[in-house]
Ligand binder design. Sequence first.
Ligand code: SF4
Ligand code: SF4
Length: 219
Amino acid sequence: MLGTGLIKGMVETARNFVGSYHDEARLTTVQYPEEKVPPKENGRNFPFLVFDGDDAQAGLRCVACQICEKECPPQCIYIVKSKDKKPDYAGKPQLYPVTFDIDVSVCMSCQICVEVCPFEAIKMDQVFELSTTDRFDKLLLKKTDLAKPNTYFHQLHPTDAAEIDARLADEKRKAEEKAKAAAAAKAAADPAKAAAPAAPVANVPPVGGDATKPSPPAS
Ligand code: SF4
Ligand code: SF4
C-alpha cells in the first residue's frame, strides 16, 4: 500500500521518542560533544602511517615505494624518498619517506592507499574532529602528524591488526631462517671466513605494539 514505509518509519520514531524516557536502548542520540558514540571497528576517516616500537622515525613501516601516491584518485598524497636506507621489520635495508604529506581537505576516505600498500604501512584512522579555519596548513598533515604506533592501530582495528602482526612476525621469522641458512652455507664453503667474528645484526624495531618489547634506537 502506498505510504506503508512512511507510516512504519513514523511508528518507529514515536516508539523511540516515548521509549527513550524509560529505556536507554531507545535513546538513539547522545549529547555530543560531551558524549560520543564509540566508532565501529570498520569505521574510517583519513589515513595514518603505522610505526612499530617506540620511535616513529626508526619504526615507520613505510618504505616510500610511492604506490599509494600513484593510486590515490584525487592525488592528495605527496612523498619524497630518502637517499639512504634503514632496516625494515625483517632487517632488510629499505628507503624511507623524508616527506609524506596527505591533504585531508582533498582526501575522500576511499581507502585505496591502504589496499595497495604492500607493507601494511598505511591504515585508516577514525579521528573526525579536524575542523579548522586554516584550510592550507592545518589540513595538510605531515609525516609527524600521520605517524601513529601499532598499539593505536590495535585499538582501532583489533582484528585486522592481530592478523597483520602474526603475518609480519611469520615473514620476519622466515627471513631470519633464510639468512641463517645462507650464512651456514657460506661458512661451509669457506671455513676460514667461518672462524671470523659474525657481522653485527641490524637493530630492527619490533613488529607489534607491545610496550614490553625492547625499544628501537633513534634513527
Ligand atoms: S583514502 Fe583515498 S583519497 Fe584518501 S589518501 Fe587514501 S587513496 Fe587518497
Ligand atoms: S604507505 Fe605503503 S604504498 Fe605508500 S609509499 Fe609507504 S610503503 Fe609505499
